[in-house]
Every structure is written in structure tokens, then in C-alpha cells.
Design a protein. Structure first.
Length: 202
């Protein structure tokens, strides 16, 4: 099974310091949904892992979050894409839960649900905590410069092996780029027979 794990806000849709509190505020980043469709066409299962502490802060409730995700699904389907699952943490940092990124609880749940190892699974985020949570689970980290990505890049401290792209579309383009075939190796030249030793009978 091929899988990719994406953060939501700042990777798929525009982020906001005031949180995304309604379907009307959920606006896709140009090219992100088409990138998801390309992943689907290439055989990838697309899973979202997102902190949604707005619930704990009472900025919106589960009905609103479900409506936002219904819009996400519908917009992805309009361009031929689909999301296999959305995992989210509704807690605030003060709750000290295991599922809020940078902890790896959501990723462990993804591995359990899909019965796979996450070793080497691409994990795309725009914040350090996105990448740290996936790295703890063995994912390969990818930072995009949308959302909080530019600030994250400037701050540094990224997990080892992090690759940086302008946005999700660029990351997916590189991920799906065909590997050029290895040129055939020329067969070795035949070894010429050794000349007879001087004075040896022929």
C-alpha cells in the first residue's frame, strides 16, 4: 500500500491565525486539490492528520468541523481526487494529550487503522510540529512553504532528511516524477587470447 499523510491547514487550504471556523473560511491553496487527485491516480492513499484545537477553545463544534470536511471532500471530488481518511486532534496544548502534534499519537492511530508501518511514508506539513510527529513514527518529512512554512524554514531545526518545496503541488510533482531508466551497461570486451610463449611449440 502506498500512502501519504498531509497536514490540512497551510498545506491543503489557506491557514488563518483566527482558525478556520466555517466552511466559508475553508479555501483551497491553488493546485493542492489537483495534487491530491494526481496522488490518487498514482495509487496513493491520502490521509490527513490535523490539530484542531478550535474545538477545545469552543471556536467551533464537531458539526462545523464535519461541514468543513464535507466541503473538502466535495471540492477534491470535483477535480477527481479523494481523501481516504481524516484524523484530527480536538484538544488544546494544555490538555497534554497524546494525539496533538508534535506527539505521534495520530500517526500511531493511522498505522493501526490501516495495518501498515509508516516507515518511509511521506509526511507533508507546514510547521515543525507536523514534521516532528511524523518523524517519530518513521515518516519521511516534507516541508511546504505555504501556510506557516516560510517561518518554519527560517526558524530551522527541521528533522533530518527534510525536503522543502514551494507547495503541495510542487512536492507531488517531484514525488511522482518518473525515475529515468538506467542506461544499459555495455558488455565487457572479450579478452584477447594470450600470445604463445617465445620458443613454445605451436
Amino acid at each position: 500500500m502506498k500512502m501519504i499523510i498531509l497536514d490540512r491547514d497551510g498545506v491543503i487550504n489557506q491557514d488563518s491565525p483566527e482558525f478556520i471556523k466555517s466552511p466559508a473560511e475553508w479555501l483551497p491553496i491553488p493546485g493542492s486539490l489537483e495534487a491530491i487527485a494526481r496522488l490518487n491516480q498514482a495509487g496513493y492513499r491520502v490521509v490527513i492528520a490535523s490539530n484542531q484545537s478550535g474545538i477545545a477553545r469552543e471556536l467551533f463544534d464537531m458539526n462545523i468541523l464535519n461541514a468543513i470536511h464535507q466541503k473538502l471532500h466535495a471540492c477534491a471530488q470535483q477535480v477527481g481526487g479523494s481523501i481516504d481518511a481524516i484524523f484530527f486532534c480536538p484538544h488544546a496544548a494544555i490538555d497534554n494529550c497524546d494525539c496533538r502534534k508534535p506527539k505521534s499519537g495520530m500517526f500511531e492511530e493511522i498505522a493501526k487503522r490501516f495495518k501498515i508501518s509508516l516507515k518511509g511514508v511521506p509526511n507533508v506539513g507546514d510547521s515543525l510540529r507536523d514534521l516532528q510527529a511524523g518523524y517519530l513514527s518513521g515518516c519521511t518529512p516534507f516541508l511546504v512553504l505555504t501556510g506557516k512554512g516560510e517561518k518554519t524554514f527560517e526558524t530551522g531545526g527541521l528533522p533530518p532528511g527534510t525536503t522543502v518545496f514551494a507547495d503541495l503541488a510542487a512536492m507531488v510533482g517531484a514525488l511522482l516524477k518518473p525515475t529515468p531508466p538506467t542506461p544499459p551497461t555495455a558488455p565487457p570486451s572479450p579478452t584477447p587470447p594470450a600470445p604463445p610463449a617465445t620458443g613454445a611449440p605451436t
